[in-house]
Write a protein that binds this ligand. Sequence first.
Ligand code: SAM
Length: 191
Amino acid sequence: MSRGLDSAVHLVQQFLSCTAQSGGTFVDATAGRGNDTLFMARLAGPDGRVFSFDIQEDALQSTRLLLEDAGMADRVTLVKDSHEHMERYVSGPVDRVIFNLGYLPGGEHSFITKADSTVPALQSALGLLRPGGRIGLVLYTGHPGGREEYEAVEKISAGLDNALFSVIKIVILNRAATAPVVIVIEKAGVK
Ligand SMILES: C[S@@+](CC[C@H](N)C(=O)[O-])C[C@H]1O[C@@H](n2cnc3c(N)ncnc32)[C@H](O)[C@@H]1O
């Protein structure tokens, strides 16, 4: 995997890790193969807590194995439910949330993330976020429904009150128009 400017996931992780402090609450809204959950578990440290959501058992099993191999399974709660229900499992305040959207690499494409559930999940994450907290999203537009999901997330993000939130979008300019896009939202205030 690229670790440079051409990797949207690497970019979002950079924005989530800088200024993060261990010991808080972290959320991976889409566990997938567990790479972002492992990243969050490292940020959380031994005294922090990570909640990692996915609707596919296949994804949660991959994530569980990755965490066990890294010796970090004990700091992560794996949740088999849609991220739109995150408030049922996570009580704020939350330090960092990552949404790496789309479908499970090497998995069933019918379990793709969709605007209908991504939008309420983002709204829940915004409500749970602590002052100084950040939400990072990686959005893919090349598959059916991807552009609609991206446009819905962009509309909410762009409409956030700029006294309460700062929002940036990163587009990789010299790649195809369908290259992944990164959005990072920061809540005002110091942790
Ligand atoms: C691009 S993958 C995530 C990649 C992952 N973070 C990693 O590090 O490998 C997207 C994941 O979102 C999951 N997903 C789809 N709809 C969901 C929903 N409503 N709630 C939670 N997860 C969902 C899919 O099952 C898939 O595993």
